[in-house]
Design a protein around this ligand. Structure first.
Ligand code: GLA
Length: 539
């Protein structure tokens, strides 16, 4: 009896172990000074923002960073150490992060990888000249992280670009120096205004994928567009950053300023704000508020503190949603939440267009067998069960759902979900892209694949409930005679392409139970396009 009990508890312990998820750090949440104030900041503005985070319930909702952007620089002293702006920060800097910490939040700062900051150029702030990290890396790291005790730094690229520095070498070097000087781990945001290359996850917990956001709907769509096919590059606790959220301007004192700059093309309705926030949650962007918190409308606070949307952004699996359907103007995204491969999923419907879009999404496409139970996370209510989710969405909208049911193996892996080791890194014309391709599923294929081993497509999460033999069709287009190399967990198979058009190249391959790594490419010959791989059990 005793022995049986022991066996049983061992079995329970083992299965708990097998079920254990690897949770990673979620995207950063907080406030940043740039959009509301640009370089005209001060200690009282920053400390007031910190107070507002508490008073308005933002900290309680998870917004726990107060980040100072460009504009705090004064001058370098005779030894080269940074002294903050004597008028904007008359008492120095140390008391500001100290105050933020006393409220239980974290403090962030800004610098540039090169000599001069962006504000020294675009905002004509003379104090930003020579204020970047260039040739002051150690001193700045000592001052910012040890003397002043900041926890996070956004590192811009205006100065780095002006000096013509190599972006990868430069940011890697800065990471090394900060790690060797700072007394604690410092989160870095790489602000290079486009996806910088796969090296960046060794440097940053986030990286910007675009230029600066503007407070209007077209700009929001432009940010999302840059991030539609980057899901393979987020993960392990680091994220694609779509820039600060341009919410909270309705009726605020900033309106006049923005209206001056953007005229009628200014501002968002609350429905657009909600769509904007929903997409930042779905794509796991850092959530940084950019408006003046004194004037943030209650409606905006309600949108950005919706705990069920925030939970999708902050989900411990740390995944970014990828596109499973794109017909006409609408996009449908999905990602696992809570439990990898076997648990619920977050489903997003996104309509960037100026007209209504009707969506029809079968449970099977979402990765479930039969019916799914659907919860509307925007409305925070259960919608019941269905085999096909049908919904008509207004212009400029997005909605997140949690779907639950019996998971089934995914049978289509799109080319645009795959990871490419040297994505954006090779400075040559024929670099791998994810782009519109006639006849491709979801309208998009990975193009210019292979030609080098680091240019192959890699799906690192091909999960199989059961192991065994599978028929694999690689839907691709290449010069006839080109060999397509398929590898499953390192086991290589080769088949030559017959047609120049997008067509199936067929293989049989052995998959194991659980997670499989699949690559498609050719180490020396370029494949024009890979649309998708299709998997069917052999028996
Ligand atoms: C760049 C960045 C912005 C902001 C400014 C500061 O434009 O992209 O987010 O930090 O610099 O000058």
């Amino acid at each position: 009896m005793k022995r049986l009990f022991l066996y049983l508890s061992l079995a329970v312990a083992l299965s708990a172990c097998a079920d254990r998820q690897e949770y990673v750090r979620p995207p950063l949440m907080g406030w940043n000074s740039w959009n509301a104030y640009m370089v005209d900041i001060s200690d009282s503005i920053i400390m007031n923002a910190a107070d507002m985070m508490i008073a308005k319930g933002l900290k309680d909702a998870g917004y726990d960073h107060v980040n100072i952007d460009d504009g705090y620089f004064g001058y370098r002293d005779s030894l080269g150490y940074m002294v903050p702006h004597p008028v904007r920060f008359p008492k120095g800097m140390k008391h500001v992060p100290e105050y933020i910490h006393s409220l239980g939040m974290k403090a962030g700062l800004y610098s540039d990888a090169g000599h001069n900051t962006c504000g020294s150029n675009y905002n004509k702030d003379p104090h930003g000249l020579g204020a970047g990290l260039w040739q002051h890396e150690v001193q700045d790291a000592e001052r910012y992280f040890n003397d002043w005790d900041f926890d996070f730094i956004k590192i811009d690229w205006c100065g780095g670009s002006k000096l013509g520095l190599d972006v990868e070498q430069r940011y890697m070097r800065i990471r090394e120096i900060i790690d060797s000087v700072a007394n604690k781990h410092i989160d870095i945001n790489v602000c290079r205004w486009r996806y910088p290359g796969t090296w960046v996850s060794k440097v940053g917990s986030s990286w910007r994928v675009s230029g600066d956001i503007r407070p209007n709907w077209p700009s929001i769509c432009a940010m999302i567009e840059k991030n539609l096919y980057l899901s393979a590059y987020a993960g392990g606790g680091s994220y694609n950053d779509m820039d600060m959220m341009v919410v909270g301007y309705n009726g605020g004192k900033d309106s006049a300023f923005w209206e001056d700059s953007y005229g009628s093309n200014f501002g968002l309705t609350y429905a657009e704000e909600e769509a904007h926030f929903t997409m930042w949650c779905a794509l796991s962007s850092p959530l940084l508020i950019g408006c003046d918190l004194t004037y943030i409308p209650k409606e905006t606070i309600d949108i950005i503190t919706n705990p069920e949307l925030v939970a999708v952004n902050q989900d411990g699996l740390g995944l970014q949603s990828h596109i499973i359907q794109h017909d006409g103007a609408g996009y449908v995204f999905v990602k696992d939440v809570e439990k990898r491969f076997t648990g619920p999923r977050a489903l997003t419907l996104y309509n960037p267009s100026d007209s209504v879009v009707t969506f029809s999404v079968p449970a099977e496409l979402m990765g479930f067998a039969g019916e799914v139970a659907v919860r509307d996370l925007n409305q925070r209510k259960d919608l019941g069960t269905c085999e096909v989710l049908e919904m008509t969405m207004p212009a400029h909208s997005a909605k997140l759902f949690k779907v639950e049911g019996t998971r089934q193996d995914v049978s289509v892996y799109e080319g645009e979900w795959a990871y490419v080791e040297d994505f954006t890194r090779v400075r040559q014309k024929e670099i791998t892209k994810y782009e519109e391709y006639p006849g491709a599923s979801c309208g998009v294929a990975a193009t210019s694949v292979g030609g080098r081993p680091s240019g192959n497509l890699q799906w690192r999460d091909v999960y199989m409930k059961k192991g065994g033999r599978y028929a694999v069709s690689v839907i691709c287009a290449a010069e006839p005679g080109t060999e397509i190399v398929l590898s499953v967990n390192g086991q290589e198979h080769r088949t030559a392409v017959v047609s120049e058009e997008l067509d199936a190249v067929n293989f049989m391959a052995e998959f194991k139970k659980g997670n499989n790594v699949v690559t498609v490419g050719n180490p020396s010959v370029m494949i024009q396009a890979v649309d998708a791989i299709l998997l069917t059990p052999a028996e």
